[in-house]
Design a protein around this ligand. Sequence first.
Ligand code: ATP
Ligand code: MG
Length: 390
Amino acid sequence: MTARTDVILPGATLGVMGGGQLGRMFVHAAQAMGYRTAVLDADASSPAGLVSHEHIRAGYLDETGLAELARVSAAITTEFENVPAQALDKLAESRPVAPAGRAVAICQDRAREKAHFVACGVDCAPYAMIDTPEQLAAVSDDLLPGILKTTRLGYDGKGQVRVQTRAELVAGWDELQRVGCVLEKMLPLAYEVSVLVARGRDGQVVHFPLQENLHRDGILAVTTVPAPHVTEAVSQQAYAAAHQIAASMDYVGVLCIEFFVLQDGRIVANEMAPRPHNSGHHTIDACDVSQFELQVRAMTGLPLVAPVLHSPCLMLNLLGDLWFPGGASEQVEPDWAAVLALSGTHLHLYGKTEARKARKMGHLTVTGTTPQAARATALQVAAILGIAPF
Ligand code: ATP
Ligand code: MG
């Protein structure tokens, strides 16, 4: 049997736009499979740059940097949602790029993202676009209380203001520098879930079992799989929506879609990310194939397989706050030895030396033989590290 010629095989170099923790875990997965890696990121000590074979220190629109990435890479992906789509389009002139610039462009813009959900027959929260003072004045009272979100460049709850009244809405838009925003109606959430899918060049789509996510201050805090509150009806709807959303963009790569499950049982799509996602980090330790391995497989044309969750688990995000116990003024390393003494704990730190409040420093996955056992251990971990119980 001869090797398939359309597949990029191990030994080749895979390029990634962005050097954050998602890029770092992509590099780990690619290298484990025998690929070489190249990271493009301006930061000399970026988490992915530190572990990659090659690190091209350049901005996302730097022509020389992009040309170098294209020269050394057999295929290119992205780990950062806000990479300019035109940079991906430029790379795509000479190399396979997955996901494509046009799909990333939809995910970068809340208005286009919502229009895409609606076109796929998937509900999202009632909303209005606010680009002008006239649009602000014309907002329906039905959208209040609501959340004003910048149309572009928001993450981890940044670029968002919660508004109860029209006066707060006006002040909130000023606070956001009057950039283009969407005002979303505040919905009564029962819980939140996300679905990760991977789609290949041949159109095959596979998904991970969906995960339930707890956010604190707009930042993901805890992911639990299997999702404790989810019903069969909700999960089937979420999977069908995710497959449809990916297929209708002709998406290639890993895509995450966040959903709200409302108190009346309806599901609405919140937002999507054109890359592996923080809510999928448990897949490294709790699934037979991780989200990062599927990113490698999708971009190289290797087969996708439906991933299996082999262990119930919880993933805890490790934010920089944990390095300052009791409001300490100096950074103190958390007691990893105490945590790792508990069986089923898997520590992932991203190589960031400076801890800052709300900065994602790492994550910790706890696997167990049962969901109850995993949860009990995760609560012990939380108590040791100073994470509030969940
Ligand atoms: P991410 O880090 O996921 O990119 P983000 O900054 O883009 O986050 P969103 O996902 O839009 O922000 O919102 C963050 C969280 O705020 C949600 O997970 C949810 O808990 C809450 N939230 C956002 N929009 C609404 C809404 N319309 N109704 C109720 N809660 C909401
Ligand atoms: Mg979100």
